[in-house]
Write a new protein. Structure first.
Length: 256
């Protein structure tokens, strides 16, 4: 992990090249990094934090910006990084407890909020903060409804994002003020929470397009068990078949 000012300069230059190709959103992200990497490294008055956090984002510059900045602010904190849901799962199984997961909504293997639910199952009570450049009201509202501890927009300066991370680590929740939870999404969340852990995994696999045989193989159970899980899922969701189940959960898994 880079730790010197020269290494940080290299990261920023690389990000400048990246942002010149992606336009206004990239410029916002460049400012997001620059605002902290070359700010006050003394960070006076901050509560020193420790423990282990995980940043799962498929863009290495975003991951390293948070990793380097949090490490500079809190020397006793370990910041692990992952570029996919699969990598995050491996780190969670290997390291056990994390104080916080910062999760990019758009990881390549996440299937919307499906990745959130997968990692939530592994982490249990660990808070999860969603981070994304897609920060519309419906996205933020859904993140809040599914139980995220925060929604962090990639359009914000990094200093504000770091302050939000510290607030979450101290027990706070961070959401834009204008993000009421939609009743429909909240109802879907309650229905999803009524499912057992195995039923949730089956439903997420279903939403990914997997067939019963494949789901059974992945979970190490029989197809008859999968069919029994599906019957229970349909009953709890108030639907009668696979297609209806997928359509019913779409607002929760993939908000527009």
């Amino acid at each position: 992990m880079p730790s010197s000012p020269m290494a940080l300069m290299v990261i920023l230059k690389s990000y400048n090249l990246f942002s010149s190709r992606v336009g206004a959103e990239g410029r916002g992200a460049r400012e997001w990094i620059a605002g902290s990497l070359f700010g006050d490294f003394a960070y006076r008055g901050l509560t020193v934090l420790n423990g282990r956090i995980l940043v799962a984002d498929d863009h290495p510059l975003i991951r390293e910006a948070i990793q380097l900045s949090m490490s500079a602010r809190h020397a006793a904190m370990v910041v692990d990084t992952a570029g996919s849901i699969a990598e995050a799962e491996d780190l969670i199984r290997r390291n056990g407890h994390y104080r916080l997961l910062i999760l990019d909504y758009e990881l390549p293997d996440s299937n919307g909020f499906g990745g959130f639910f997968q990692l939530q199952h592994l982490l249990e009570r660990t808070p999860i903060a969603i981070i994304s450049s897609h920060d519309g009201e419906q996205m933020v509202s859904t993140a809040q409804a599914v139980g995220a501890a925060a929604f962090l927009s990639k359009r914000l300066p990094l200093e504000r994002t770091l302050a939000s991370i510290e607030m979450i680590l101290n027990g706070g929740r961070v959401f834009p003020q204008s993000s009421p939870v939609e009743p429909r999404v909240d109802d879907l969340r309650k229905r999803f929470e009524s499912l057992s852990g195995a039923q949730r995994r089956v439903l997420l696999a279903l939403a990914s397009g997997d067939l019963n045989k494949q789901i059974a193989g992945d979970l190490g159970v029989s197809e008859a068990t999968i069919k029994a899980h599906l019957s229970a899922i349909f009953r709890k969701l108030g639907v009668t078949n696979r297609t209806q189940a997928i359509l019913a959960m779409r607002p929760l898994l993939q908000p527009e």
